[in-house]
Design a protein around this ligand. Structure first.
Ligand SMILES: Nc1nc2c(ncn2[C@@H]2O[C@H](COP(=O)(O)OP(=O)(O)OP(=O)(O)O)[C@@H](O)[C@H]2O)c(=O)[nH]1
Ligand SMILES: [Mg+2]
Length: 255
């Protein structure tokens, strides 16, 4: 495999940008050539210096002025405009010719997962070489219902983009030991999650729906990571290696 595209995807503030920086630095440390791509036209004070930056073509401020819209409308237009520069981005990536391409996606997750523009970019760069690192927000993941909601969002990203996924528990340094253990347990054991959901509230998803989630293989062990301590970067790397070089069946990992 010549190049691997690693998309950082997660809800707003889940840690995509800092994980992009941390993973790139970890690869640097391992002397593995990599580049970073910023797809967020509204990014302010990025903690890393992207090799390729959507803001070189347009920024949120440009769009607000040109189209006379507010920041939310501008984010949507910005996401849609990505398709118009997909070929330029591809050319720049090819020019850089680096084996690992880390892609930091815009703040609001749906801007990336639901707008068709992302699919155009993904197809252009090559879905067969792509993986999504899906970040679970640690604060939302603390409660059973919060965790389940993120699991649904993560599943929707899989169905929409149709590329394999490495699910990670972001900012794990912020969690107490027992909180971390609980979340990892839920990701491995649907029955434990179901029991804890019952304790949280009497009204729980129907058993059938829960069973379906399990049957679809949507419960997968979360990898705890921290962009601050560097914890888990090797596990993300191992996950990528296993996907692309381990001879694993991609279909099995996607679904
Ligand atoms: N403690 C801790 N804080 C983190 C970590 N990663 C990110 N943060 C903090 O969380 C905040 C959000 O992180 P970002 O990486 O900007 O998150 P994002 O998903 O890119 O956010 P948007 O693009 O704005 O939606 C920042 O203030 C970071 O300092 C981490 O691993 N540990
Ligand atoms: Mg960001």
């Amino acid at each position: 495999m010549h190049q691997v595209f690693i998309y950082m995807v997660g809800t707003a503030g889940s840690g995509k940008t800092y994980l992009t920086k941390a993973f790139s630095e970890w690869l640097d440390f391992k002397k593995l050539d990599n580049i970073t791509v910023n797809l967020d036209p509204g990014a302010d004070n990025l903690p890393y210096n992207p090799d390729i930056d959507v803001r070189d073509w347009f920024t949120l401020a440009d769009i607000m002025e040109k189209y006379g819209v507010g920041p939310n409308g501008a984010q949507i237009i910005g996401a849609d405009l990505i398709s118009t520069i997909a070929k330029d981005i591809k050319d720049e990536i090819e020019y850089e010719d680096s084996p690992y391409v880390i892609i930091d996606t815009p703040g609001q997750m749906e801007l990336f997962t639901l707008r068709s523009s992302s699919d155009i970019l993904l197809r252009m760069l090559g879905k067969e070489n792509s993986v999504m690192v899906y970040l679970f927000d640690p604060v939302i993941s603390k409660t059973p219902s919060g965790f389940l909601s993120l699991l649904f969002m993560c599943s929707s990203a899989i169905f929409r983009l149709n590329i394999p996924q490495i699910p990670v528990l972001a900012k794990s340094d912020l969690l107490e030991e027992h909180e971390l253990e609980n979340i990892i347990k839920w990701s491995r054991d649907p029955d434990a999650l179901y029991d804890d959901l019952l304790k949280e509230s009497e009204k729980v998803l129907s058993g059938e729906l829960f069973h379906m989630l399990r049957e679809l293989g949507l419960f997968r062990p979360l990898i705890p990571v921290s962009a601050i301590t560097g914890y888990g970067m090797d596990d993300i790397y191992d996950g990528i290696q296993e996907l692309f070089y381990g001879g694993d069946d991609l279909e099995r990992i996607i679904y």
